[in-house]
Design a protein around this ligand. Structure first.
Ligand code: TZD
Ligand code: CA
Length: 528
């Protein structure tokens, strides 16, 4: 009779899962024992880094990522990172070791008495199998639940004495199962959608992260071209679903009710694809829609459709829906939108660079298919206007704004996309939350280039402090950090670049190499 341990590894292997992102403790050792040769354990030194890496890996690979955490303490450390995984719809299968079954009731050390309760409400599903024999089935359920729409993290707590027990002869069925999703529109739904789009006088497209997640970017481009629509990126963008140098590209919508209506003024039909309607941030009340505009929302997430405060929604697979829709749309005779002008170069003060210059240098020197993992909150606008992103999977930003995503996610993305260069653009505030991920970069030789923008402050909070009339709030500056010393302490080579020429040289050298590199750049502070 196979053990829970052996059936589980067969199941993971068959599901294409051979990486385990983790940070272990005694409860997890029986799972990690006899770790198969074809599996790789990626050790993170803090659970925020572990989940950040897995999140980047899952998003970039398009498949589930397996995480193994230590009991309640490890789960607790991972919760901040989980907030991002929820909103990036990342299929994370998070497991945590539990005390031996007989030791839970007496509340032994490392017993997590109500384990499934801890990560709620952030996970789609949370479970502790009622007996050892149910562990492989629960893990199978976890993988499929995480991977089916709407995708998202799940959690399974596993007592450590379960792994050596028998799984039962019928457990082999689990290994062979395949679960897949269907879900394009019906022909009636398609006809109605096409009719409304064909009849629109001045439609506009708003595209969101689900488009990039299902690699429907070329379909979004074809849709914009067919109807000659300007294309905006949905607010609070966590991915880049539309090429930023395309004539139809208009930039990222502001994350505020009034701001969105102002930008979309004059359109009679707003088609939102693969994003919530809308993911607001700053409070700026106003009209949800511009005068005379209708909104149609296509999403794979029924929750997004249900909670939207306006518009009609169609819930289904984004790729299948766009593929079905395109042939039903008539080529518009409207003029094609004109490409946005490239922003002009900006003058830098002595010994400092503006973030604009940093991005101009990156854009000039990075490979055309570079992937950016961005976590500097005050430079979002400058980044989107200056960086060329042409290919699917070119941009990742923490989807719930939970900082500590950037450095580990860059590692996870690089592991999933070894052929492309991954460049992390990280603020000097954000870099600290999971700085220990640098150790994983060094030890696993993951060749990310991390550009740390050092303006000595939580720049975005300075801006917010003015919006919220709280300019005297404490705790907004972060002076005295030396990221070169920190990087070297974790085994990553690092240098400072405080002029355009020094940055060019540092970047060229980093991109020519195959090791992780940190480049610390002293910068001015700008507004998002
Ligand atoms: N803690 C966590 C885990 N997530 C957060 N989002 C914050 C605190 C609050 N916060 C923001 O929302 S932006 C920001 C903080 C602290 C400043 C980040 O500073 P930075 O980037 O240096 O990384 P900028 O470009 O200077 O804003
Ligand atoms: Ca900063």
């Amino acid at each position: 009779m196979p053990s829970v341990h052996s059936v589980t590894y067969s199941l993971l292997r068959r599901q294409g899962i051979t990486k385990v992102f983790g940070n272990p403790g005694s409860n997890e050792l029986p799972f990690l024992k006899d770790f198969p040769d074809d599996f790789e354990y990626i050790l993170g030194l803090h659970e925020g880094a572990v989940v950040g890496m897995a999140d980047g890996y899952a998003q970039a690979s398009g498949g589930p990522a397996f995480v193994n955490l230590h009991a309640a303490a490890g789960t607790g450390n991972a919760m901040g990172a989980l907030t991002n995984a929820v909103y990036s719809h990342s299929p994370l299968v998070i497991t945590a070791g539990q005390q031996a079954r007989e030791m839970i009731g007496v509340e032994s050390m490392l017993a997590n008495v109500d384990a499934p309760q801890l990560p709620r409400p952030l996970v789609k599903w949370s479970f502790e199998p009622a007996c050892a024999g149910d562990v492989p089935r629960a893990l199978s359920q976890a993988i499929h639940t995480a991977s089916l729409a709407p995708r998202g993290p799940v959690y399974v707590s596993i007592p450590h004495d379960d792994w050596a027990r028998e799984a039962g002869s019928e457990a082999e069925h689990l290994v062979e199962r395949r679960v897949s999703q269907a879900g394009g529109p019906s022909s009636a739904q398609l006809d109605e959608l096409a009719e409304r789009l064909n009849a629109a006088r001045n439609p506009v497209l708003v595209v969101g992260p689900q488009v990039d997640a299902c690699r429907a970017n070329p379909l979004a481009v074809a849709l914009a071209e067919r109807l000659r629509m300007p294309a905006w990126i949905a607010p609070s963008a966590s991915r880049c679903p539309f090429p930023t140098r395309h004539a139809c590209f208009r930039g990222v919508l502001p994350a505020a009710i009034a701001g969105i209506s102002a930008r979309l003024e004059g359109h009679d039909l707003i088609l939102v694809v693969g994003a919530p309607v809308f993911r607001y941030h700053q409070m700026a009340p106003g009209r949800y829609l511009p005068e005379g505009a209708e909104l149609i929302h296509l999403t794979a997430d029924a929750g997004e459709a249900a909670r939207a405060p306006m518009g009609d929604a169609l819930v289904g697979d984004i790729h299948a829906t766009l593929e079905a829709l395109l042939p039903a749309l008539a080529e518009s005779s409207r003029a094609m939108p004109e490409a946005l002008p490239r922003p002009e170069a900006v003058e830098d003060p002595d010994g400092l660079l503006t973030p604009q210059t940093v991005f101009d240098v990156l854009d000039a020197l990075a490979p055309e298919d570079a992937i950016y993992v961005k976590e500097s909150t005050s430079t979002v606008g400058a980044f989107w206007s200056r960086i060329s992103m042409r290919h699917p999977g070119s941009y990742y930003f923490p989807a719930a704004g939970g900082l500590g995503f950037g450095i580990p996610a860059a590692l996870g993305v690089q592991l999933a996309e070894p052929q492309r260069r991954v460049i992390g653009v990280i603020g000097d505030g954000s870099a600290n939350y999971t700085i220990s991920a640098l150790w994983t970069a060094a030890q696993y030789r993951i060749p990310v280039v991390l550009v740390i923008l050092k303006n000595g402050t939580y720049g975005a909070l300075r801006w917010f402090s003015r919006l919220l009339d709280a300019e005297d709030a404490p705790g907004i500056d972060v002076p005295g950090l030396d990221f070169c010393a920190l990087a070297q302490g974790y085994g990553v080579s690092a240098r400072q670049a405080n002029s355009r020429a020094a940055l060019q040289e540092a970047l060229q050298e980093a991109l020519a190499g195959d090791q992780p590199v940190v480049i610390e750049v002293p910068t001015t502070t700008i507004e998002p």
